[in-house]
Design a protein around this ligand. Sequence first.
Ligand code: PLP
Length: 361
Amino acid sequence: MTKLFNFSAGPAVLPHAVLAEAQADMLDWHGSGMSVMEMSHRGREFMEIIHDAEQDLRQLMAVPAGYKVLFLQGGASQQFAMVPMNLLAGKTSADYVNTGHWSKLAIKEASRFGKVNVVASAEDRGFSYVPDQGVWQCDPEAAYLHYTSNETIGGVQFPFVPDAGKVPLVCDMSSDFLSREIDVAKFGLIYAGAQKNIGPSGLVVVIVREDLLGQAMPGTPTMLDYQVHANADSMYNTPPTYPIYIAGLVFKWLKEQGGVKGMAAHNGEKAGLLYHAITSSNGFYSTHVAEADRSQMNVVFRLKDEALDEVFVAEAKKRGLVQLKGHRVVGGMRASIYNAMPIEGVKALVGFMGEFAHQHG
Ligand SMILES: *Cc1c(COP(=O)(O)O)cnc(C)c1O
């Protein structure tokens, strides 16, 4: 097998040790005689798997009492609808911060269910920064305040957790979940699609404060009501069992790596190397993102001559550095360096970037 470093934005790289363990378990999980894929979700074996996954996640994030952890389906995109359907009933409006592509989609979907107040937008400068909270026009009566902690496409990450006062704070944490320490107690609800930092697609993790449950709008489909899933411990219907199992292995792996704190240090080091390579290239590479708001997960950059983009991608691929092409709406390059990307991958990329700039500069 060729050794690759996969910089995909999602589905993305998983820890090698996790994949190897899943391979060893594939035909026979822990002497059960079954693959995890074949197990009843209500059987003793799978109940153990989902229980451990939840406990490990609670430990990793120090989730306080009074919060439910849910393993759901439909991706982060379904949460764009579930959040307003469950939290907006009986309220006049919800507040949203617009920092790019994913914020915009969340805003668009929420607008189908009620009034959305965009409290701040970074569109004026091409979504290259996080607006200072001092200028946000928040409504103290809002049903909730929603933001996207890391814009996966634009490469912009919040360097702070917004202060929402008494209003429940809701966060799409899909692409920086478990990458740095956060205080869950500051949030009403956190959601994260799995395929960036958790596991395979098909799973979305929701952490929700219990007092926000049981307020869904009339007509909300049963499957889209958080209370239904909370009451059933994510077993109202058949959950995505295999993705939950892999997520559980990733959580155990994270604990072995020093937990979220260990990961944050590792991620800071990786991002530091890569941004340094960009900003010290005498303009051969550049990033449009404001320094304080540069994502530690998705490093978005350009080459000074767009005509070299294709050559860059092709040459990188020959070195086993793949999936570096930027998202079509932003162009340029994007290196996604989630938790599971080893530092060797970033060093290999930085080495290649230096050589490429030398040859073509
Ligand atoms: C990937 C992503 C989504 C969409 O996730 P799906 O699981 O494809 O619905 C939403 N928000 C952010 C921040 C993302 O990175």
